[in-house]
Design a protein around this ligand. Structure first.
Ligand code: AHR
Length: 497
């Protein structure tokens, strides 16, 4: 395989929001995850300081909250003020104590140093309730909700810039699911009221790869939106926590950018491609494990629908397959950085997330290290690359055999120091791959590699051996010609300074 780069030809500016995250009131993401006031590891706001530090280290740019399905029956007003009202969460069928609400979420983002992104309730919620939420967060003093925030001890507005109208309200599983016509109307009226409160809000709305849904939404409300939201999960468990093996996970990388290309095509056709970007604001190789909900027939006993959620905590699930897939996904959104402006790993804490918490500390799962490599090493400018003779890799997916590119590559340039950073993912389960790279000029090379000792390697409590390392044994350089050897099942970033 041959690669040639042209750092002088810049294709797009990659937003730092491509490395965003998602936090939902589900299982141990909030309570027992990031928010644990009783923990000896908690800071003055009740957040796990080890979690905060880990999120700061991967330069978390934005966190989307509170859902996800949870939000479609969430009453935000019960989660602020002196007296928090415990409610029954009808999405996930558990009691929501409401001790972590809007003010705690904004404080969390301040402690991390990231942007808050609030997804509103377009399930049971109304345009008025959504805009009341914007009043509470963003008006200085006017009206009852800003005054309520001040009484709650927050004199200054929270200034939440990013807002979504709804979450997956297209899906039968979502509380308050709607048809495309009803949806377009609700988003239009909600966006109108929200922007009458704060015209600076950057709005998105729940969408999917569906012409009818998106056309009606964009015709009715495209002039008020800056984003259109997409979600993606690939390994569904079909009721059992039996996750796909490595090669099947590689099959999911086939045509990975199809949703983006289709939505971009519609935005182009409607002349909106310069105004609206895609927010891929939930993505993860692994769908979350929650049997007996999201279904027509809900499970009856807690043994059937609640206890099994602990299966998400099995760290052995999150192997190099998760790291390699995530590297391919990040490469994909970088290659499409002209139209994708945000992406949120779903979720970031526990469940299928990058960080696992336990009373004594955290485990940085393999995907955490992918984010660590990308945010520290990759550039903000996506540059032109010429790639030839990409080896095909035949793998067996859910629908049978499929050929995928064995190597996934994207090239970037760092505007702050002019270095080139090329992300190269070798998907092959067992074979190293040789790459010949032609540089634009003589450069100092450092190859960073994450590969583990096997495709099924993972990190766990007391065993954190899957970490990136400097792998210059895999680099031979002769003038402008470089020969790279990429380890099997590996995520690699070549930095050329
Ligand atoms: O499985 C988690 C759910 O996946 C999120 O709550 C929702 O947004 C998506 O359907």
């Amino acid at each position: 395989m041959r690669i040639q780069i042209n750092p002088e030809r810049r294709l797009a500016q990659a937003s730092p929001l491509l490395y965003g995250h998602f936090l939902e009131h589900f299982h141990r993401q909030v309570y027992g995850g990031v928010y644990d006031p009783q923990s000896p590891l908690a800071n003055e706001h009740g957040f796990r300081s080890d979690v905060i530090e880990a999120l700061q280290n991967i330069r978390t740019p934005i966190i989307r909250w509170p859902g996800g399905c949870f939000v479609s029956s969430y009453n935000w007003k019960k989660g602020v003020g002196e007296n928090r009202t415990p409610v029954f969460d009808k999405s996930w069928r558990v009691e929501e104590p409401n001790t972590f609400g809007t003010d705690e979420f904004v404080q969390l983002c301040r402690d991390i140093g990231c942007e808050p992104y609030i997804c509103t309730n377009a399930g049971t919620g109304t345009a008025e309730e959504m805009s009341d939420w914007v009043e509470y967060c963003n008006l200085p003093t006017e009206g009852e909700f800003a005054k309520w925030r001040i009484r709650n001890g927050h004199e200054k507005p929270h200034n939440v810039k990013y807002w979504s109208v709804g979450n997956e309200n297209y899906g039968y599983w979502e509380i308050g699911a709607k048809g495309s016509e009803e949806w377009a109307r609700l988003v239009t009226e909600s966006a109108k009221m929200m922007q009458h409160v704060d015209p600076t809000t950057s709005l998105t709305a729940a969408a999917l790869v569906d012409m009818d849904w998106n056309t009606r939404l964009l015709e009715s409300c495209g002039d008020r939106l800056e984003w259109i939201s997409l979600h993606g999960y690939w390994d569904f468990h079909h009721g059992k926590n039996e996750t796909a093996p490595y090669t099947q996970c590689m099959a999911y990388t086939h045509d990975l950018d199809a949703p983006i290309r289709k939505v971009q095509g519609l935005l182009n056709a409607m002349g909106l491609e310069k105004k609206i970007k895609i927010a891929f604001d939930e993505w993860n190789l692994r769908a979350w494990f929650h049997p007996g909900v999201h279904t027509i027939q809900q499970a009856v006993t807690k043994e059937e629908y609640l206890d099994p959620r602990n299966g998400n905590d099995d760290n052995a699930i999150y192997t190099m397959a998760d790291a390699v897939f995530s590297g391919c996904f990040l490469n994909m959104v970088l290659r499409h950085a002209d139209i994708v402006g945000m992406a949120n790993f779903a979720p970031v804490i526990n469940t299928r997330g990058a960080i696992f918490t336990y009373p004594g500390g955290i485990v940085k799962r393999t995907t955490y290290h992918v984010f660590d490599m990308y945010v520290h090493l990759m550039g903000d400018e996506v540059i032109d690359q010429w790639v030839q003779d990409v080896p095909a890799y035949r793998v067996c997916g859910e629908q049978g055999e499929v050929d995928v590119d064995c190597i996934d590559v994207v090239s970037t340039r760092r505007s702050h120091d002019g270095a080139v950073a090329i992300a190269l993912v070798n998907k092959h389960i067992s074979d190293s791959q040789q790459i010949t790279l032609t540089l634009d000029s003589p450069r100092k090379l450092t190859l960073h590699t994450l590969c583990g000792t096997s495709p099924d390697d993972y990190n766990d409590v007391g065993k954190e051996t899957v970490v990136p390392f400097i792998n210059n044994n895999g680099v031979e350089q002769e003038g402008l010609t470089v020969r790279l050897t990429l380890q099997p099942h590996s995520v690699n970033i070549l930095v050329a300074e």
